[in-house]
Design a protein around this ligand. Structure first.
Ligand SMILES: *Cc1c(COP(=O)(O)O)cnc(C)c1O
Length: 369
């Protein structure tokens, strides 16, 4: 049996006719830039996020960059975040002329450890970016409390967590802004790049809207340095077809996650630690990530059996060569470094079949027995 990490084609086949007719609608109308589909999907995703604004941008990385700039983060400002994330989180801080300050993770959720944030705050700190890794929101209550106390912006990197909730609160509802990615493999993936900022702050949203069109307002008048980073109309049309399915797809991911956990938990002793959904959280399982002994050997073994797995992320950001001037060294963030050595993500997508899961489970058990 061959089992991929995810299968986008299978999902496409279930919505193909609707997608093609929407794309035809866009091309027939010749409204290619910031048309009705972008407006509609901005409104729909803002509503889902319980925010008053949605700003469609070119990709999830630009969403972080633009949200930071719109919040007033710039030269010399420090932004506290996690090192156990995709490059773009810190890359976007640097592109906004800020300096990333990395804080260690909570070993259970892999998200930023709120109890370690205050020690990292300095006079220069301007914002905190919690990353909702693998589809589970970070512990927002203490993060928001610290932010209020020190007058900091909180920008949620929700690239992996669209549709997740925390104590009944949506992504974007509590913070200055949240950012989504519609990279094709994300839970709500376009057929190309795309991203969005959602926010309840009128001024931040207005700034973001101006920044995505070259900082132009009114037209041909430029008071701020902007970029060309808009959500593409064709991608917005694709998203408008997919969005109504998102909650069902999330539910399916959760079912698959529970099935993996039920079958793997305890079966191989302490060698395999299954992911935990913290009480009060609705985890959307962008990834189903185990913490395992002999990770690289297990991955090689599963590959031989036709099972794809991925390591998110093998090298934490504080040890990336491009960030060496920030002055971090091995040992600075022990929980992050440990997770980077042990994390292994299994095949996960809404259309995953039980017999595929059974095969993955059987081979993992075989490896440890
Ligand atoms: C995917 C991702 C991004 C970047 O999104 P793009 O749309 O690929 O630019 C940022 N942060 C995290 C945590 C991601 O997973």
């Amino acid at each position: 049996m061959k089992i991929p990490m995810l299968d986008l084609t299978e999902q496409y086949l279930t919505i193909k006719d609707e997608v093609l007719s929407k794309l035809d609608e866009v091309m027939s109308s010749s409204q290619f830039i910031l048309g009705n589909h972008v407006k509609q999907v901005e409104d729909d995703i803002a509503e889902m996020s319980k925010t008053s604004h949605g700003i469609g941008v070119g990709n999830g990385s630009d969403a972080i960059h633009i949200a930071l700039q719109a919040a007033g983060v710039g030269e010399g400002d420090e932004v506290i975040t996690t090192s156990f994330t995709f490059f773009a989180t810190a890359g976007s801080i640097m592109r906004a002329n800020g300096t990333p300050v990395f804080v260690d993770i909570d070993p259970v959720t892999y998200n930023i450890d709120p109890s370690k944030i205050e020690a990292a705050i300095t006079e220069k700190t301007k914002a905190i970016i919690p990353v909702h890794l693998y589809g589970q929101m970070a512990d927002m209550d203490p993060i928001m409390e610290i932010a209020k106390k020190h007058n900091l912006h909180v920008i949620e990197d929700a690239a992996q967590a669209i549709g997740s909730t925390y104590k009944g609160k949506q992504v974007g509802e509590m913070s200055s802004a949240a950012t989504y990615s519609f990279f094709p493999t994300k839970n709500l993936g376009a057929y190309g790049d795309g991203g969005m900022i959602v926010s309840n702050e009128d001024e931040l949203a207005e700034q973001a809207r101006v920044i995505r069109v070259h900082g132009s307002k009114p037209k041909y008048h430029h008071h701020v340095l902007g970029y060309n980073s808009r959500l593409d109309e064709l991608q917005a049309a694709v998203l408008s077809v997919k969005l109504p399915h998102l909650s069902t797809w999330s539910e399916n991911r959760r079912k698959h996650a529970m099935y993996y956990t039920e079958k793997l938990e305890g079966v191989v002793g302490d060698s395999v630690i299954t992911p935990i959904e913290v009480e009060g959280n609705y985890h959307v399982f962008h990834q189903y990530t185990l913490r395992v002994d002999n990770r690289d050997e297990l991955q090689a073994f599963l590959k031989e059996q036709g099972i794809a797995t991925m390591i998110y992320y093998p090298i934490p950001l504080h040890l990336q060569p491009v960030f060496k001037d920030l002055g971090y060294k091995e040992g600075d963030l022990p929980e992050t470094e440990k997770a980077a050595a042990q994390a292994l993500s299994l095949p996960m997508f809404p259309e995953l079949k039980q017999e595929q899961q059974d095969y993955v489970i059987e081979k993992i058990v075989e490896f440890y027995s």
